[in-house]
Write a protein that binds this ligand. Structure first.
Ligand code: NAP
Length: 292
C-alpha cells in the first residue's frame, strides 16, 4: 500500500499508473508535478491526481513513492531537483524506455540516495500521449522490466514490484545493458524505421495518392510513426550505441536484399521471407500492447 504517491510527469504512463493504483485502492493520496500547469489542472479535473505542487521538491515532500514519468532527456534534471527534498525512506522509480542512461543519471543526481532508486520500464503504452490518453487498464497482463543495480535496496525493489503487481503487471528483472540491447531490437529499431518510412513518403510529390491507396500493411507498419517525437528523440539518443549497431546490421541486410532483387534471385528472397514468416508464426510479437 502506498500512502503518498508523487507522479512527476502526469502523461500517458504516469497518468495511467495513478488511475490504476487508485482504481485498485492501492494508494491514499496522489500528488502530481509536471511541466505545464494546464496539463496538471486537467489531471485533477479528470480525477487522475488529488492535487498539484508548484515545484518538484514540494511535490516529493513526505511521499513514500515517487514515480518519474517524464521523457528520458528530462530525467536527470528532475532527479537533481528532488534529491535533497526526498523523505529518508522514500522509494524512487521511473518508467523510462532506456535504462542505462537513467541509471547513470540517477547515480549522479541522487548520490547516497541511489540505493532507494529502482529503474523500471513498463512494456505497455499506445502511440498517444498526454493525461487525456491515460487509462487504468493499461498495465494489466503487461510486462514490467526492472533493472536493479548492486546497490539497489531489496526493500525498495520489493515495494516497486508490489506497486506494479497491484495494477496487474508481471514484473521481471534483468540488467540495464541486457534491457537496452533487447529493447533496441524489439522497440527502438521498429520506431526508427516507421518514422523514416513515413517521412520518406511524405516528401514525395504524390504522397497524398500514396496515403489514399495505402492498405492494412502500411497502416500496421506505420502506426507507431504517430508516436510522440520528443519521447522517441530522447530514446534514440539515450540508446545510441545499441541502436546504431542494429541500424548498421539492418543497412547491410537491406543491401543484400537489394542485390538479390537486382540479380533476380527468387530462391534467396523466398528463403529469407520463409525464415521470417516461420519465426513470426512461432515466436509471435510480444504481448502486442503497442507503445514501448
Ligand atoms: P507523455 O504522455 O508525453 O507524458 C510525459 C509527461 O511529462 C507530460 O505530462 C509532460 O508535461 C511531462 N514533462 C515533460 N517534460 C518535463 C519536465 N522537464 N519536467 C517535468 N515534467 C515534464 O509521455 P509518456 O508516453 O507518458 O512517456 C513518459 C515516459 O514513459 C518516457 O520516458 C517514455 O520513455 C516512457 N514510456 C513510454 C511508453 C509509451 O508507449 N508511451 C511506454 C513505456 C515507457 P506537459 O504535458 O506539461 O508537457
Amino acid at each position: 500500500m502506498i500512502d503518498k504517491l508523487c507522479i512527476i510527469g502526469v502523461g500517458l504512463i504516469g497518468g495511467s499508473l495513478a488511475r490504476a493504483l487508485r482504481a485498485k485502492e492501492f494508494v491514499h493520496e496522489v500528488i502530481g508535478y509536471g511541466r505545464s500547469i494546464e496539463n496538471l489542472n486537467e489531471a485533477v479535473r479528470l480525477g487522475v491526481i488529488d492535487g498539484v505542487e508548484p515545484t518538484a521538491p514540494a511535490a516529493v515532500r513526505d511521499a513514500d513513492m515517487v514515480v518519474i514519468a517524464v521523457p528520458i532527456g528530462a530525467t536527470r534534471d528532475v532527479l537533481t531537483q528532488i534529491a535533497s527534498a526526498l523523505a529518508p525512506d522514500a522509494v524512487i522509480t521511473d518508467v523510462g524506455s532506456v535504462k542505462g542512461s537513467v541509471v547513470q543519471d540517477a547515480r549522479a543526481a541522487l548520490g547516497p540516495r541511489f540505493s532507494r532508486f529502482v529503474p523500471g520500464h513498463p512494456i505497455a503504452g499506445t502511440e498517444r500521449s498526454g493525461v487525456a490518453a491515460s487509462f487504468p487498464e493499461l498495465f494489466e497482463r503487461r510486462r514490467v522490466i526492472v533493472t536493479p543495480e548492486p546497490e539497489t535496496s531489496p526493500e525498495a525493489l520489493a515495494r516497486v514490484q508490489a506497486m506494479w503487481e497491484a495494477v496487474g503487471a508481471d514484473v521481471s528483472a534483468m540488467t540495464a545493458a541486457d534491457h537496452d540491447r533487447i529493447l533496441a531490437a524489439s522497440s527502438h529499431l521498429p520506431h526508427v524505421l516507421a518514422y523514416n518510412l513515413v517521412d520518406m513518403i511524405v516528401r514525395m510529390d504524390e504522397h497524398r495518392s500514396i496515403f489514399d491507396c495505402a492498405g492494412g500493411g502500411f497502416r500496421d507498419f506505420t502506426r507507431i510513426a504517430a508516436s510522440d517525437p520528443t519521447m522517441w528523440r530522447d530514446i534514440f539518443l539515450a540508446n545510441r550505441d545499441e541502436l546504431l549497431a542494429l541500424l548498421q546490421q539492418y543497412q547491410d541486410d537491406l543491401q543484400a536484399l537489394m542485390e538479390a532483387i537486382e540479380r533476380g534471385d527468387g530462391r534467396w528472397l523466398w528463403e529469407t521471407f520463409a525464415r521470417a514468416k516461420h519465426a513470426r508464426e512461432q515466436l509471435g510479437a510480444g504481448n502486442g500492447a503497442g507503445g514501448d
